[in-house]
Design a protein around this ligand. Sequence first.
Ligand code: NDP
Ligand code: PYR
Ligand code: MG
Length: 759
Amino acid sequence: MNEKAARTRTSVTESEALAFHAEGRPGKLEINPTKPMATQRDLSLAYSPGVAVPVKAIAADPATAYDYTTRGNMVAVISNGTAILGLGNLGALASKPVMEGKAVLFKRFADVDSIDLEVDTENVDEFVNCVRFLGPSFGGINLEDIKAPECFIIESRLREMMDIPVFHDDQHGTAIIAAAGLVNALELTGRDLKNTRLVCNGAGAAAIACVELIKAMGFNADNIILCDTKGVIYQGRSEGMNQWKSAHAAKTDKRTLAEAMDGADVVFGLSQKGAFSEEMIRSMADRPIIFAMANPDPEITPEEVARIRDDAIMATGRSDYPNQVNNVLGFPYIFRGALDVRATQINDAMKIAAVRALASLAREDVPDDVAAAYQGNRPIFGSQYIIPVPFDPRLISAIPVAVAEAAMESGVAQKNIPDLAAYARELSARRDPIAATTQGIYERVRRLPKRVVFAEAEEEQVMRAAVSFAHHQLGTAILLGRDDVIRTTAEKAGIDLERPNIEIVNARISTRVDAYIDYLYERLQRKGFLLRDVQRLIHNDRNHFAATMVAVGDADAMVTGTTRNYATALQDIRRCINTKPGHRVIGVSLALSRGRTVFVADTAVHDMPTAEELADIAVEAARVARRMGYEPRVALLAYSTFGQPTGERSERVREAVKILDRRRVDFEYDGEMAADIALNPQRMEQYPFCRLSGTANVLVMPAIHSASISTRMLAELGAATVIGPLLVGLDKSVQITSMGAKDSDIVNMAAIAAYNAGS
Ligand SMILES: NC(=O)C1=CN([C@@H]2O[C@H](COP(=O)(O)OP(=O)(O)OC[C@H]3O[C@@H](n4cnc5c(N)ncnc54)[C@H](OP(=O)(O)O)[C@@H]3O)[C@@H](O)[C@H]2O)C=CC1
Ligand SMILES: CC(=O)C(=O)O
Ligand SMILES: [Mg+2]
């Protein structure tokens, strides 16, 4: 069981973590305006004099701040850095990466805008006074990584003073997730809340809140023992105590963690790395439930537990093991629900609703479109799957709805949501499609790892990408290049190539050279190439060598393009690899913007496609969309819409629609139409005869220049994230990056190449 845990583990190196944070704009956040700020009129509206109007409106009615400002969707993540993860008190400044991270997770998972504020004081009064006056700026306050017992005083004082939710994530977020995991683990091991014996190691923010919440849910208080650095917290103990610990002091003569864990059914670790010994785990009851939640390193690792027990349900706070019990599953969604009903606080009813929603989500069947978010095979409720993963796209609709409903029922909502089903649909549309798409690709590639040849491996960024590809268990990275050059560059750049799943292939000394020459000569001899031309291509040209490797089956996929332009790289590759029978080679780009994914084709190959070629492009692009989980609605674009204005340039597009009619294809399509008609539902309504059932998600461009111009404009203007062009229709899997692509883009392309290399 836990062998799998070890196998699916994907860690990051320290240099990778630093490079990630330093790359481009340092840190993880930036702020973008939501209104145009281009003209004098914009300025007059956004600033003086226009801004005075909402100012007066808010002064007259404070509730309108939700209509005219960011307040209703804005949460502050506030810390003083006194308990940063399990690293301890490292100060306000050092906590900033974690706080920025929490802010990004708010946005990524629940579309809540968030900003981190690091408050440089350990004094409770100073901290409270700093935060209490910030209420007008935010719809909610998420306190983070503030140590106990100060955190209890800070939170309760701020809750009294402020009329917006104040939520200490390490307390309640952690408690909600741990309680949900516990409910499921108890069910799986046939236990109940009354008779189970639980030890909680740690008696700080997270631990006290966990114990309080499970007691509120009916866990028998007499069966809980809390421990801290001094051992068991027993009634009558005086050393290292405070009122919050005393409230949970046990009537017991056990004094050490080891004694407490002997025979225990459940152990929560909310303390520090390595706090549990193998001996302690061995002494627990049958089918023990072990939540080692310290971050970044747990109290004991799943590998260590697996060595001594095969009957444990094991969870950690980390994303690289199964059963991640981490507050990331809670805070984005809990605030989403609270903000949407303008709750004045996050109360127990809302917390318990979140526990129940989370616990029951893990018991539901995982539908096809969600399975991609899971490592390994589709998870089934059981010891390896007691809680959903953070990338589960159902969380965004399930948790906020439960929280908002509980807020309304318990009387803390200032706004009513009458139709919860409609609310759930709106929530799903907030899901960030980029991560969903790329995550699905990564997960599948991890399950079916491939051998990918990186054709330009002498380049430093390609080398980094190849190492990252292998390191993240996406498959074997084959670095093509001169051995000595690769090793010297690697050494200079501090890249470690001595890792599993990395191979270096030197075209000059490869034993496969003759076989590749034979293969390519056979293909090119009647296309103007002499044997010596082909020998030169295989010996000296990395694209020809790499593409031939893939063509003959020595590698599954290939990535190139950082040093040569797209058209040249494509020409090299097509000399070596055929078009897939029944397909057409095209480039498809994905434009991802504000909850929408739109496929654009052909962005790479056909200069001015004929009507027949446009029809083929539509078919190929629709296939790609389907393969990525979208039901295609294809619009064939032109500058005219259904014959208006007339012009011969739209003729080809109209003809392509007729060709698709004759071919009786199995997807929705229509045209010719302008881009705004295809993408805007109101504009589309003006053409009630249009056969698309909704706005288009596949756009077939009339020519390569319009495809290229529009996708590059979208990307440069920040209107969309554009991925691709992805090369499709070749008989073997190849991707071409843009020249000078960054290592992270190259890894994405390599993953897509591996993904397309098939089932
Ligand atoms: N998975 C998740 O979602 C979350 C995990 N955590 C983890 O929980 C841990 C505690 O965080 P938090 O509650 O915010 O911090 P606090 O500083 O509020 O509390 C820390 C507690 O841990 C105790 N402790 C520290 N080391 C040991 C040890 N070796 N043995 C027993 N007790 C120990 C301290 O004991 P004493 O009182 O004697 O000083 C204190 O009670 C961290 O590792 C953190 O990463 C926290 C939040 C969320
Ligand atoms: C996850 C988290 O919030 C912590 O470990 O502190
Ligand atoms: Mg924390």
